[in-house]
Design a protein around this ligand. Structure first.
Ligand code: PEP
Length: 254
């Protein structure tokens, strides 16, 4: 089984200097006291280069928050997977609910981006999750299966080991209301079943399934020991090393 993965999604927060300092503090702390987890941070595009410099040769990895589905071309304002590799990114987050809901990215868009990102050698954190209305209508697993089926369509067997799934219920993101361990383990079990059915037991059981949605230092220890949780995707609480680092360490201290 792979070690857990904890990712900080910094969204549209921070100047180059803010992000450099935040990344340097996280990297320094993890170098001094290593944690047996993989850690990645996802700054805004404008801070990818300074954050790459700040993390240097530390164990902290670099993630982007989005990419285009072509490697270059006439797409004003977009950034390609090749460009993200060039700047030193290890991962890209795709299908985040803010991209799906605010910027109307469809499952098909996400699938195209998945293929381009895999082609360029990026690892992917694929976000899936239901809205509150969908949960109330008991459509959670149906919605997530659709998101997975379309996004993973082009994920050749060799590509699936480069993909992490993040279950992020839309109603839990940035709201202060995290999903309960029961809700999370139920959905993660459904995602695991989907992966095993689609890619076979050996491959499907290896894919990490992260939880994201209002994770903080207080709820992280319980989430980290929840069945089927192999990592966390953290938004607001990743903006300060003093709240992000205890979340990272919640896996080590379990
Ligand atoms: C996110 O946006 O991926 C996220 C999980 O945000 P927050 O932790 O702030 O809910």
């Amino acid at each position: 089984m792979k070690i857990p993965l904890v990712v900080g999604n910094w969204k549209m927060h921070g100047t180059q200097a803010d992000c450099f300092d935040r990344a340097r503090m996280i990297a320094k702390d993890l170098d001094e006291t290593p944690a047996s987890v993989e850690v990645a941070v996802a700054p805004p595009f404008t801070a990818l280069a300074p954050v790459k410099q700040a993390i240097g040769n530390s164990k902290v990895q670099l993630a982007a928050q989005n990419c285009h589905w072509q490697q270059n071309g006439a797409f004003t304002g977009e950034v390609s997977p090749t460009m993200l590799r060039d700047i030193g990114c290890d991962f890209v987050i795709l299908g985040h609910s803010e991209r799906r809901h605010i910027f109307h990215e469809s499952d098909v868009f996400v699938a195209k981006k998945m293929n381009a990102a895999l082609e360029s050698g990026l690892r992917i954190i694929l976000c899936v999750g239901e809205t509150l209305q969908e949960r109330r209508k008991r459509q959670t697993l149906r919605i997530i299966s659709r998101q997975l089926r379309i996004a993973l369509k082009g994920a050749i067997k060799d590509g699936i080991d480069k993909i992490e799934i993040a279950y992020e219920p839309v109603w839990a993101i940035g709201t202060g209301h995290n999903a309960t361990p029961e809700q999370i383990s139920q959905v993660h079990a459904g995602i695991r079943l989907f992966l095993v059915k689609s890619f076979g037991e050996e491959i499907g059981s290896q894919v990490r399934i992260l939880y994201g949605g209002s994770v903080n230092p207080d709820n992280a220890p319980e989430l980290a020991k929840t069945a089927n949780v192999s990592g966390l995707l953290v938004g607001g609480a990743s903006l300060k090393p003093e709240t992000f680092l205890p979340i990272v360490r919640s896996f080590t201290e379990n």
